[in-house]
Design a protein around this ligand. Structure first.
Ligand SMILES: C[S@@+](CC[C@H](N)C(=O)[O-])C[C@H]1O[C@@H](n2cnc3c(N)ncnc32)[C@H](O)[C@@H]1O
Length: 381
């Protein structure tokens, strides 16, 4: 631990003033569901950038982006990425954005530290700044690395169905077309940009929508003007920001105070396509009389039948056990999903239907009673 003062509980919806390489260790271990990091790029600008007419380009020449050499930049990168492992939950993921100046070095260091890359996203800037001198290609994209904490971790959040539905029912791809932040979104202080590298809110909204659920905590160790916090608050997530320049904290604080959380966000599994579904054991179907002991189940290939037992197991000849083990043994397979394999006869239609349809009915009942409980808590408080 690098400091005297530590937070015993995560300081949610707060901007912490300081160097993230120290401040991250003051936070409780594993308090972040997702980290979004937009670190210094190390642009290494040796001379002022000028247009062909000799006017000065408003380039990123801030002191926070200045490193003596690549070795110093790598050491800095290793330090903050190591500190991020302290706060990231085992099931969490980390996003790091960067340009060609830094993203390859960052990616290597991430892999060296044990992070496991899930995707790289190309943010294609629909309105990029032209290459003023015409000496090389116009640089029209940044890269985002999305990684989990380790190779074997399986429980991270990815709202696949939501992203697909939001993309007109087509699987969302890794090339994102989003304009640079400008117009009324760009924060200004005394007539000048408040920050040289303010990221577009749309980019952060997509990151947060894809990889978190309402109420989860997003931590940004290079908070700048607080774009991550603004997107998190708008989407009913929590944020923790760290920033070491007071002028940016001031701009971010004002910005965040003006954000209204969106009202139409729900984590109810009926509305939210990616809400985790409650586990329903097969025995519940018997307990709730959706199936009765003695009912006959037919396998989806029509080759075997099984009898529902009073204790929530099923029997198929000599075989007795769970809907899955009996389905697998009867079909001579290593594994089989019994919910989709076994069909029951629907008494109203007379048709055979997978027993999964009955599980859906139970889940709907559970969800209705959860919503009912929430409503009554709201009215009584
Ligand atoms: C690329 S900018 C982030 C911009 C931000 N995403 C936004 O939309 O406004 C990097 C930020 O990191 C801050 N910074 C640099 N080194 C830092 C450090 N060691 N600890 C905390 N903040 C740092 C800089 O002051 C700068 O505001």
């Amino acid at each position: 631990m690098k400091s005297e003062f530590c937070h015993s509980v995560p300081p949610l919806d707060t901007i912490i003033y300081g160097d993230c390489r120290e401040e991250l260790y003051r936070l409780p271990e594993k308090c972040a569901d997702v980290i979004f990091a937009d670190p210094p790029y190390n642009l290494q600008l040796s001379n002022p950038l000028r247009r062909p007419d000799a006017s000065l380009v408003d380039a990123v020449d801030d002191t926070w982006d200045t490193f003596a050499n690549l070795r110093e930049y790598d050491a800095f990168t290793r330090e903050w990425l190591t500190a991020c492992r302290h706060v990231l939950k085992d099931t969490g993921t980390i996003w790091v954005i960067g340009s060609y100046h830094c993203i390859f070095r960052i990616g290597t260091i991430m892999q060296d530290l044990g992070y496991w890359i899930l995707n790289d996203i190309v943010w294609i800037k629909t309105n990029p700044t032209p290459n003023m001198n015409g000496t090389r290609f116009c640089n029209a994209h940044d890269t985002l690395i999305w990684a989990k904490k380790s190779q074997h971790e399986k429980g991270y959040t990815f709202n696949y169905r939501t992203m697909k539905a939001a993309n007109d029912d087509v699987q969302m791809r890794s090339d994102w077309y989003i304009p640079l932040c400008n117009g009324s979104e760009r924060l200004m202080t005394d007539g000048a940009k408040s920050h040289s590298t303010q990221k577009p809110l749309a980019l952060l909204k997509r990151v947060i929508t894809a990889s978190t659920r309402p109420g989860m905590t997003v931590l940004d160790p290079f908070f700048g003007t607080g774009t991550t916090g603004a997107a998190a608050k708008a989407l009913q997530r929590r944020y923790i920001g760290i920033e070491r320049e007071p002028r940016y904290i001031e701009a971010a604080t004002k910005r965040l105070a003006a954000i209204e959380p969106a009202s139409c966000i729900s984590d109810s599994e009926q509305v939210d396509l990616d809400a985790p579904k409650p586990r329903v054991p097969f025995s519940t179907l018997v307990e709730l009389s959706l199936l009765a002991p003695g009912d006959i189940l037919t396998s989806s290939d029509g080759k075997s039948t099984a009898i529902v037992q009073a204790d929530g197991t099923i029997a198929c000849g000599e075989l007795r056990g769970s809907i899955h083990s009996v389905a697998a043994a009867a079909a001579g397979k290593a594994a089989c999903n019994g919910w989709h394999n076994w069909l029951y006869r629907n008494s109203s239609t007379g048709n055979l239907q997978p027993i999964d349809a009955l599980r859906t009915i139970v889940r709907q009942q559970l969800s209705n009673s959860k919503d009912e409980r929430k409503r009554s808590q709201c009215t009584s408080s």
